[in-house]
Design a protein around this ligand. Structure first.
Ligand code: ATR
Length: 291
């Protein structure tokens, strides 16, 4: 690409930012769609976050992704947040508007798009959510919004699962919820469940762990998704596949959240159909320690 004074500037704010795959993915998307933009990493220390957002605006930056540790902390510095991001309480994409940036949460949309890519329909499904942290909150919101029949939250700390499920029940009264400690998965009598694994158990370098090991757990599933993308094939997903359960992985979600962010920054611009597979090929060939 050649850049000019008209090139739209985008980026990511994070700390650390050196390992982010988003510059690779977003610059690839821009090239594929023929958009004149450039996407760059910005390392922003937590104490500089407010100044950074003001600076991005002053520099006419069109939008940025926001990731660890700024997803919640950035909200007070924004001109607004969309409804999904407000409900989740975290943003990962900022879009320049009059007077500042509006915050969105495309992590949540990424889960939805990647499930759709796999032909998985959330409506009417019994879902098992493993974990009750920030990522679980985003996933629970999307599952409930898309009409899951029931969400069963399994978590190491029961009170965290109870709090998340009670928040979901009050916002989506039609969705049944249940909170269970992680080791009480045998109490789940439902079958054909969609499982979404959101804890960091199994993340590199802890690759030999899974939050649930017992093969009888996987008999309850019709699809398993893990949001971890380092490694893309977690032990949780390997166990699911060994039990014959189809799976989706965190790399799919990472690429799909990027597609959703691209659409927010480039309204009306369609990414070619091959962009998903192309991005997957790109990141697959990237050394894992850089992910
Ligand atoms: P994130 O924003 O990535 O979701 P988080 O908010 O810190 O991160 O949440 C981490 C999740 O992983 C929590 O559900 C946590 O369980 P607790 O609520 O009991 O803390 C879960 N988790 C982290 N380490 C775990 C481990 N070794 N075993 C089981 N669950 C674990």
């Amino acid at each position: 690409m050649t850049y000019s004074g008209k090139t739209k500037v985008l980026g990511i704010i994070a700390c650390p930012v050196e390992h982010s795959l988003s510059p690779l993915i977003q610059n690839y998307f821009a090239g594929e769609a023929g958009v004149d933009s450039v996407y760059v990493p910005f390392r922003v220390e937590p104490e500089n976050l407010g100044d950074a957002v003001k600076g991005l605006y002053a520099l006419n930056v069109s939008g940025v992704n926001v990731t660890v540790p700024h997803k919640q902390a950035v909200i007070p510095y924004l001109a607004g947040t969309d409804d999904t991001a407000s409900a989740i309480g975290a943003v990962n994409t900022l879009v320049r508007v009059d007077g500042g940036y509006k915050g969105y949460n495309t992590d949540a949309e990424g889960l939805l798009i990647s499930l759709k890519e796999r032909g998985v329909d959330i409506a009417g499904k019994n879902c098992i959510l493993i974990g009750a942290g920030g990522a679980a909150r985003a996933a629970a919101f999307i599952l409930a919004r898309e009409g899951a029949a029931k969400i069963i939250c399994l978590n190491r700390t029961l009170s965290h699962a109870q709090k998340l499920m009670s928040d979901i029940s009050s916002r989506f009264p039609a969705v049944k919820t249940r909170a269970l400690p992680l080791d009480a998965w045998q109490d789940i009598t439902e079958r054909d469940c969609l499982a979404v694994q959101t804890t960091n158990v199994g993340m590199s370098p802890d690759v030999s762990s899974s939050p649930v090991e017992d093969e009888r757990f996987f008999e309850r599933l019709s699809f398993a998704m893990d949001i971890i993308y380092t490694p893309p094939q977690t032990r949780f997903l390997k166990l699911a596949e060994a039990a014959g359960v189809p799976t989706g992985n965190g790399l799919d979600m990472l690429i799909c959240q990027g597609m959703a962010a691209f659409s927010l920054w480039n309204p009306g611009v369609a990414l070619p159909k091959e962009a998903f597979d192309g991005a997957k090929e790109l990141v697959k060939n990237f050394p894992e320690e850089n992910a």
